[in-house]
Design a protein around this ligand. Structure first.
Ligand code: NAI
Length: 469
């Protein structure tokens, strides 16, 4: 490949990188995106958000067909599972999504360079193609968008067959009889739900004394109850210290965190989901003088500029939640900054969603965070069991919880466990961006009967104005 020069070269074609590249090109900058994998879209599109949501939807329908229809007066025989077809559908969804990004690159005239990028110095990236051929790409601006990788668990070697990461858990050729999930975070609960619904006995082993760390405590308690009722087992305050993989499965040694004897726990499949860490292997950060922090994250000035002028960083590789939409948002803002605009990224209003059933969604502060910060707040909490639409849908588990400043009533946070929580949360996100009070949301006329009325009622409850509870 001949040497090439650009205004912007983005390293990484995930949701942060590809969006940044498209936006930069739309703003008139000559842009390239370097991606090592054969397809664009990164972890999210290839082995993360998109395939997991495909399997969550398919497995939810399987469970509904098996257990959810009788209450509606619909009689069906027990459903059969064609796992190969389910996985093939998932692969097709991924393929459609990656092809969509190819189309967008062509439409927006982004040059795609396939290979692994290494920053030589400001203005210069070396790309090594799969066949080892090297080429030089020069650019006024380099954007690091290399994302994250699975955090390994000491003494538990991932082989993607019996001991899998989220990647292997999206492609198991058969439903395991038993599965142990290490880590009760987002990946563990989502993919644990998929395989439980398809018939596996799922046990989640979590280091902390609670699930879903970082989320509101009440929400985590409710979800643990709900998932337990669905058949998922939890062992909290326990750590996995080793694994032996054999023909009959995996034997894990599990120890109580607070001391006590180690115990052996056996499973056909073990899913390691203890978090992700920034991916910067071979990127040449050190040699290029780019500062990283003690967690391996690229240090920025809060506006995506790294310690080296002309080199920027966005997404999982920098501070903040490792979420595709956060990366996308930063990608757009970074391109706009490079183009001389003055974008604003409101890092206080980044929603998070767990796509279990019911879903969990959150934006802003948790009750625990407000207490720790000494901020006086008022709370409103409305159960879906009091919402007509949720009852009509036979899907009335969970609640909407609103936290607002005790003095000004300004929205500080919102937490939803329930049907369509991941959609409902955006009403609060919008309110928070516009500096709304809980009363503002409560006084919006919401269509009846909708799940969104629970958003309205919970907001009204903050100031004692609720009607339907
Ligand atoms: P996580 O950080 O959400 O959860 C990891 C869990 O593992 C924590 O509860 C932690 O306490 C526990 N843990 C850590 N070490 C352990 C050990 N040795 N033994 C037992 N438990 C241990 O990480 P997860 O679920 O792997 O997800 C990785 C990233 O991907 C997160 O940043 C997450 O936000 C993101 N993601 C987001 C999704 C979404 O937005 N729906 C879906 C999937 C992933």
């Amino acid at each position: 490949m001949a040497d090439q020069s650009f205004d912007v070269v983005v390293i990484g074609g995930g949701p942060g990188g590809y969006v940044c590249a498209i936006k930069a090109a739309q703003l008139g900058l000559k842009t390239a995106c370097v991606e090592k994998d054969a397809t664009l879209g990164g972890t999210c599109v290839n082995v993360g958000c998109i395939p997991s949501k495909a399997l969550l939807q398919s497995s939810h329908l399987f469970e509904e067909a098996g257990h959810g229809l009788a209450q509606h007066g619909i009689k069906v025989a027990a459903p059969g599972l064609d796992l190969a077809a389910m996985l093939a559908r998932k692969d097709k969804v991924v393929q459609q999504s990656t092809a969509g990004i190819d189309f967008l690159f062509k439409k927006n005239k982004v040059t795609r360079i396939q290979g692994t990028g290494r920053i030589v110095k400001a203005g210069e990236v070396e790309v090594t193609a799969a066949d080892g051929a090297k080429s030089k790409v020069t650019a006024k601006h380099i954007v690091i968008a290399t994302g994250s990788e699975v955090t390994p668990l000491p003494n538990v070697a991932i082989d993607e067959k019996k001991i899998v990461s989220s990647t292997g858990a999206l492609a198991l050729p058969q439903v395991p009889k038993s599965m142990v999930v290490v880590g009760a975070g987002v990946i563990g609960l989502e993919l644990g739900s998929v395989w439980r619904r398809l018939g596996a006995e799922v046990t989640v082993i979590e280091f902390l004394d609670r699930i879903l760390p970082g989320m509101d405590g009440e929400v985590a308690k409710q979800m643990q109850r709900t998932l337990t009722r669905q058949g998922m087992k939890f062992r909290l305050s326990a750590k996995v210290t080793g694994a032996k993989s054999g023909a009959s499965g995996v034997a894990l040694s599990v120890e109580p965190v607070n001391g006590g004897a180690a115990e052996e726990v056996k499973a056909d499949i073990v899913l390691v989901a203890i978090g992700r860490r920034p991916y910067t292997n071979g990127l040449g950060l050190k040699e290029a003088g780019i500062a990283i922090d003690n967690r391996g994250r690229v240090v920025t000035d809060g506006h995506f500029a790294t310690s080296v002028s002309g080199i920027w960083a966005i997404g999982d590789v920098i501070e903040g939640p490792m979420l595709a939409h956060k990366s996308e948002h930063e990608g757009v803002a970074c391109a706009e900054l490079i183009a001389g605009q003055k974008p604003v990224v409101n890092h206080d209003v980044i929603p998070g969603v767990v796509y279990t059933w019911p879903e969990v969604a959150a934006v802003g502060r948790t009750e625990e965070e407000l207490k720790a910060a000494g901020i006086a707040y008022k709370a409103g909490k409305f159960p879906f069991s009091a919402n007509g639409r949720a009852r009509a849908n036979a899907d009335a588990e969970g609640f909407v919880k609103v936290l607002a400043d005790a003095r000004t009533d300004r929205l500080l946070g919102a937490h939803v466990v329930g049907p369509m929580a991941g959609e409902l949360i955006h009403e609060f996100a919008m309110g928070m961006v516009f500096g709304a009070s809980s009363e503002d949301i409560g006084r919006i006329c919401h269509a009846h009967p909708t799940l969104a009325e629970a958003v309205k009622e919970a907001s009204l409850m903050v100031t004692g104005r609720q009607v339907n509870l």
